[in-house]
Design a protein around this ligand. Sequence first.
Ligand SMILES: CC(C)(COP(=O)(O)OP(=O)(O)OC[C@H]1O[C@@H](n2cnc3c(N)ncnc32)[C@H](O)[C@@H]1OP(=O)(O)O)[C@@H](O)C(=O)NCCC(=O)NCCS
Length: 241
Amino acid sequence: MLTTTTVRPAATADLPAVAAIFAHYVETSVVTFEETPPPVADWALKLAGLRDRGLPFLVADAGDTIAGYAYAAQWRPKPAYRHTAENTVYLSPGHVGRGLGRTLMTALLDACAAAGVRQLVAVVVDEGDDAEAGRTSAGPRPDPGRDDPGRDRSAESSPTQNSPTPSAGSTARANPSLALHRSLGFTEAGRLAAVGYKHGRWLDTVLLQRTLGCSRANSPDLARRKRPPHPSQASRDVFLL
Ligand SMILES: CC(C)(COP(=O)(O)OP(=O)(O)OC[C@H]1O[C@@H](n2cnc3c(N)ncnc32)[C@H](O)[C@@H]1OP(=O)(O)O)[C@@H](O)C(=O)NCCC(=O)NCCS
């Protein structure tokens, strides 16, 4: 049970269980926009890639089973994003709602800070009642399989009018992932309306952000700059620091 669950770095032997957890949500839910479960080989590539970059991939080891996993990958590939990561957390269906998500995410936040991540971004799918009501009231649903030139696109292009952002409380109650991220200090950075279509419905994503480590004023390369500067660099580094 939860009392014996430990959080540790993922190993290759964990990946079939990780793949099975994710496959469940791919096939039965809209919490991921993936529609085909990735094979274990893809997970091996992901684990290797994260290890190469020094980014964490953690599992919750319940002894006889892997109860969940969490990892952080670089948010976007361009190099200046190297201090910003996107986090992912999934529990097996039998382990949700008992605080394990919080335990895994707390460990992931610590591991990200230790790895030099400065901003952590979460992209959470939201099918909350409030957003749904906003789109429904704007007219018929768009059909993702057809580009109908006659259809009213206002529902998609004016999210602030047609898909009002629910209050933090109302969405959090309906969405455990939003509740989890907010309770860990993530703040909402925006909502992308109707950017996904899965299992017959349009879905929003909510972007959340958490700052790790020190403030925006400090360079992430501060530690490197603390090495004794080359004499010709000394005066410039005073200003950089
Ligand atoms: C999202 C997930 C990781 C949360 O982990 P969890 O162990 O179930 O959640 P916890 O018990 O740690 O609770 C976290 C918060 O969510 C709330 N919560 C938990 N289950 C909930 C539910 N069914 N409905 C609404 N809120 C819920 C808790 O009250 C808690 O809020 P608090 O910290 O303000 O008290 C887990 O439910 C899960 O794996 N879900 C399926 C996959 C998924 O959606 N992953 C996230 C992709 S972004």
